[in-house]
Design a binder for this molecule. Sequence first.
Ligand SMILES: [Zn+2]
Ligand SMILES: [Zn+2]
Ligand SMILES: [Zn+2]
Ligand SMILES: [Zn+2]
Ligand SMILES: [Zn+2]
Length: 283
Amino acid sequence: MKYGEITHFSHPQHKLRFEYVEVPFKCDGCKEVGIGSRFKCALCDYDLHKHCALPAPSSSPAAVFYHPFYSKCAFQFLARPPGDAPRFCNACEKDVNGFVYHCRACGFDLHPCCANLPHTLEAGDGLRLYLYRKVGAPCHRCGRKGRSWSYRSSCKKYNLHVSCVMEMLVESWQEIYFGGGVGAGGGGAAGYATSGGGYVTTRGYGAGGFGNVPRKVDGGYGGIGKANRIPSIKGTAQNRHRRKGKVKKCCEMAGMAVQFIISAVLGDPTAIIAGVIGSFISR
Ligand SMILES: [Zn+2]
Ligand SMILES: [Zn+2]
Ligand SMILES: [Zn+2]
Ligand SMILES: [Zn+2]
Ligand SMILES: [Zn+2]
């Protein structure tokens, strides 16, 4: 298989071409946001995360995916979540609206990008982050221990839930769409319903199957790309560390770590997002 160009079952009419972009896009497979590597049909503006375009293992339909956190689970790659009940990703706690790894035996679900989150992230300057299913220390952002998977720094001083990273992104994107006078009135409602699938619960969406998935013509993450709207992250780490002295260093590290975690969560840990999402660090 040529890596640069693939034929995908979800978009059989055209080939999808590999490309790399440093602006967010909405994946038409899992309906989540992506950045960096993607497979795209330029004719249709159809985008897939690398992990959605090339699910592992892709050799046969019966093949299953095993995750070290759930060693007894045999995950199958499905084009949409099974059944009609709302489903949530066990890694990030967000809705599952499209492509998913699903374990039939226990009902666990993982977004393709969550299933492929790196277990170790090299965050630069010798800082390493390790992925844990649970950590015993509070999260840097929400102050809680439980909830979703977390990345923890090698020095163990810094923990951040994958779900909290998602929330930061959601908040900043919501602000772009619904706050700050950006198209707040008028056709806002329609834009909301059709383009919000990435992070707003729209159940009918996932159940419709491929044939009925609305094209992301108005607004949506495609809109971000086109308008070159840069999301910035709210709720930064600074608030939680008020002790003098250590503040700066700790928060510099936190900011750096967040960038790496964000790009991993968005499907490409190698993506350079400093210019895209990193503006909060300089505040
Ligand atoms: Zn995807
Ligand atoms: Zn196409
Ligand atoms: Zn299972
Ligand atoms: Zn997830
Ligand atoms: Zn948290």
